[in-house]
Design a binder for this molecule. Structure first.
Ligand SMILES: Nc1ncnc2c1ncn2[C@@H]1O[C@H](COP(=O)(O)OP(=O)(O)O)[C@@H](O)[C@H]1O
Ligand SMILES: [Mg+2]
Length: 302
């Protein structure tokens, strides 16, 4: 089998726990993401999702282990990896527009000033920021608007890998829906690979090819990789009618409500910790049909 586009091998992260000891966030985490895949990760607060994302972005180094993208070890940030942080981080001294053109210029140094600006405006318009507002500084924007700028900034650079840390958390439901749709459109039209942290189960089912489920920390694990067996294109109103929707949803809710705690705290013993693949499909033929000679009715206590 060929190596995945993004591979995470035996990734361990420890931090000083502030009391002279060591906190092991996760240990020997091992998983891959294919080119063009849209992967969401779900897990309780504090399990290590943002830590994983910072490592994938090249902004932090794991205590041990290797992350490779396209066969090359990730070391330091790169324009090939676009990041939208949980707490949108914009350059406060630049206008909204310049926060976006800044990266576009670096990404496409041959483009004319006019082309860079038109491109940036296009992505800002996509997230609903048009007109005079693009000349405002981040401090003059609401939290939701700032988050939209940071989304436009990441998308405008066409990174090979888009890393999103709860990107829609601060948005109102309407904007959130619009941007989710835009994200699907952009992703569908490109070779982009997306790794997204969210705490919204329905958002994850709508967007993802696969959902990674993390147990609680310390010694958190990416325990399962749940395939979203619902065909695309998907839309938020029809998707709930699909026979797999509630089966998948219930599985996720059950994991987060119960199994994430039960499975917590298991040490790796140095072995790679890979997620179990989970495929839930109610649409296929029954897995093992009963032979027709068997009686059709059986006692309940059989
Ligand atoms: N730089 C750091 N120093 C010490 N502890 C940290 C640091 N960054 C994260 N942690 C700890 O690592 C754990 C995972 O954090 P984080 O990745 O932010 O979780 P999540 O994003 O899943 O909520 C938490 O217990 C957090 O307190
Ligand atoms: Mg986080």
């Amino acid at each position: 089998m060929s190596k995945p586009f993004l591979s995470i091998e035996n990734m361990t992260q420890t931090f000083p726990d502030g009391q002279g000891g060591t906190l092991t966030v996760f240990e020997d985490a091992t998983f891959g993401i294919d080119k063009g895949e849209f992967v969401c990760i779900l897990g309780h607060s504090g399990c290590g999702k943002s830590t994983i994302m910072n490592i994938l972005a090249g902004l932090a180094e794991p205590t041990s282990g290797v992350v490779k993208m396209d066969g090359f070890e990730v070391s330091g940030p790169s324009l090939d990896r676009g990041v939208v942080f949980q707490n949108y981080s914009l350059l406060p001294w630049l206008s909204t527009l310049k926060n976006v053109t800044f990266g576009v210029k670096a990404r496409y140094p041959d483009w004319s000033k006019a082309k860079v600006e038109a491109h940036a405006r296009e992505y800002l318009a996509m997230v609903g920021l048009e007109g005079d507002v693009v000349h405002r500084k981040p401090s003059q924007l609401s939290g939701g608007m700032r988050q939209r700028v940071s989304i436009a900034r990441a998308f405008a650079n066409h990174p090979k890998l888009l890393l999103l840390d709860e990107p829609f958390g601060a948005l109102d439901a309407l904007t959130r829906g619009t941007i989710q749709d835009e994200l699907l459109k952009i992703w569908g039209g490109t070779e982009q690979t997306v790794f997204m942290i969210t705490h919204d189960i329905d958002e994850a089912i709508l967007l993802a090819d696969r959902i990674l489920l993390m147990t609680n920390g310390p010694f958190a694990r990416v325990a399962e990789s749940v395939e979203i067996t619902i065909p695309r294109p998907r839309n938020r109103t029809d998707i709930v009618e699909h026979p797999n929707y509630y089966a998948i949803r219930n599985h996720l809710v059950q994991f987060l409500g119960q199994r994430s705690k039960e499975l917590a705290g298991q040490q790796s013993g140095g072995e790679p910790q890979s997620p179990t693949r989970v495929v839930i499909d109610k649409t296929g033929p029954a897995p093992d049909p009963e032979p027709t000679t068997k009686p059709q009715l059986r006692a309940v206590n059989d």
